[in-house]
Design a protein around this ligand. Structure first.
Ligand code: MN
Length: 141
């Protein structure tokens, strides 16, 4: 029995970053789903129950850390693992991300050589999904 691919929900409003992250994760064997705003992310998180959420901190409207707090407050999504993805490589950002409920933090610009391995470290290798993801998991307008 083949294990079903793990789902990574990428919440990212920048097209170039999204393309890069998607390419790297698909090459590593993940199903990659996409949202570009907090509201889209809430719907995607609820419907997909992804194995990992990569959350851009800098989103239009509600930012990624605020969105993380919402997801971590909702009983339907609080179990999901969220990793912040941000260009703000400032001291203190990691602490802010962890306080918001993120399991960790990945800095942009992305290191293409190590990104997939860093992501994999946040995904529970033991569990396997019960069902294939829906045919479409594009939530961005
Ligand atoms: Mn952004």
């Amino acid at each position: 029995m083949n294990p079903v691919k793990k789902i990574v929900l990428v919440v990212e409003d920048n097209a170039l970053n999204l393309e890069l992250v998607t390419d790297l994760l698909e090459a590593a064997g993940y199903t990659v789903c996409h949202a570009s705003t907090a509201d889209e992310a809430f719907r995607a998180a609820f419907e997909l129950s992804p194995d990992l959420i990569l959350m851009d901190v800098s989103l239009p409207g509600l930012d990624g850390l605020a969105a993380t707090r919402v997801l971590k407050t909702d009983p339907a999504t609080r179990h999901l693992t969220i990793v912040a993805l941000t260009a703000h490589a400032m001291k203190g950002d990691k602490a802010l991300a962890l306080r918001a409920g993120c399991a960790g933090y990945l800095a942009k610009p992305i290191d293409t050589r190590t990104f997939a391995a860093k992501v994999a470290a946040f995904i529970d290798a033991s569990g396997s999904r019960l069902a294939e993801p829906p045919a479409t998991c594009e939530y961005a307008n």
